[in-house]
Write a protein that binds this ligand. Structure first.
Ligand code: ADP
Ligand code: MG
Length: 317
């Protein structure tokens, strides 16, 4: 029997911890810790397709674009997305290949710089909500709005630097490199794809694609990738072992196994915060509904136990 295909979506902490500055050394160290877990999972006999966030890396790159403006031209958000895919992809393929070798698993690892088609009719283009890049004072924000055409919003009311650029976060529609990714998977290559949600592109009437100034949510894009490779399982790794109801309240309760129906009920009741657990649970629900198979939400160091059914939140049909 063919090995099952497992799509793993890695959260930001797999690459940079919140308290860290984000030096190359720090990021490599974190990626290496992640790579050890990935190698153990590969050892269990899954075909792996890996995706990851890029928030802190893209944020740092955007600051570099702004600070060196005038010296060298600032690059677009789409280019920054491509650059972080290359950066993080390299770190991962480098460390995963090594840790696999240690486990005596000789499987090639390859990053695919991935474009994801979005619709310019997506409602998020009307009222962008995703904050990116540096924090500004109100004056700086307004200057950037007038000079660069940024849409800016106050995201931390009352703070001295409480303003940020906001960009649309449209729905992912189609993975452009789906054929390449699938042929790699078929040939038993571990693929890293759709990093940072993928480079958002629009499809032009002549069949070409152009970059769009937007950021696709990485959990939603993770589901799109899972669909693209016909995944048998979807594993979302973050910094909590389980999703909770009544999170951070005295009566909080970890969820072990829930049906899609239960997940939707808890979601409607507002148990999963927007911008953190919300998109993960939504992606899990979409996957289970589409595949009739299981999605799991857990932390990086519990991944193996969760795959064996010992922990994590399992969303089932
Ligand atoms: P990632 O980088 O993995 O996407 P996020 O910070 O976006 O991480 O999402 C994980 C966070 O979601 C957890 O650290 C937790 O604080 C938060 N969260 C919000 N609602 C819940 C919930 N109901 N159960 C568990 N965690 C939750
Ligand atoms: Mg997140």
């Amino acid at each position: 029997m063919d090995q099952p295909i497992l799509v793993i979506a890695l959260g930001g902490n797999a690459i940079k911890q919140a308290h860290e500055k984000g030096t190359t050394e720090e990021q490599f160290h974190n990626v290496d810790v992640t790579a050890k877990q990935i190698a153990k999972i590969a050892h269990e006999g899954y075909k792996l397709v890996i995706t990851h966030g890029n928030g802190p890396q893209a944020g740092a790159l955007l600051i570099q674009q702004e600070e060196t403006n005038g010296l060298v031209p600032a690059q677009t958000l789409a280019v920054c997305g491509a650059m972080t895919q290359g950066q993080i992809g390299w770190m991962m393929q480098n460390r995963i290949a090594f840790r696999l070798h240690e486990e005596s698993v000789e499987i090639p690892v390859c990053t695919v710089v991935t474009q994801v088609v979005v619709s310019e009719d997506d409602p998020d283009f009307q009222d962008p909500t995703k904050p990116v890049g540096p924090f500004y004072t109100k004056e700086e924000a307004i200057k950037n709005r007038d000079k660069k055409g940024y849409i800016v919003k106050e995201v931390k009311p009352g703070a001295e630097k409480g303003w940020r650029r906001v960009v649309p976060s449209p729905e992912p529609i189609k993975v452009v490199e789906s054929e390449s990714i699938n042929s790699l998977v078929k040939n038993n290559v571990i693929v890293i794809a759709s990093g940072g949600g993928g480079i958002p592109v629009r499809e032009n009437s002549d069949g070409s694609y152009s970059g769009v100034e937007a950021v696709i949510d990485k959990d939603r894009a993770g589901f799109k990738l899972a669909q693209t490779v016909s995944a048998d399982k979807f594993l979302i790794l973050t910094d909590v072992e389980k999703a909770f109801i009544n999170y951070n309240k005295p009566n909080q309760q970890g969820l072990d196994r829930i049906t899609v129906k239960e997940a939707e009920k808890y979601e409607a009741e507002g148990h999963f915060l927007m911008g953190s657990m919300g998109p993960k649970m939504q992606a899990a629900i979409r996957f289970v509904k589409w595949s009739g198979k299981e999605a799991i939400i857990t932390s990086l160091n519990k991944a193996l136990d969760a795959l064996k059914g010992k922990t994590g939140t399992h969303i089932i049909p």
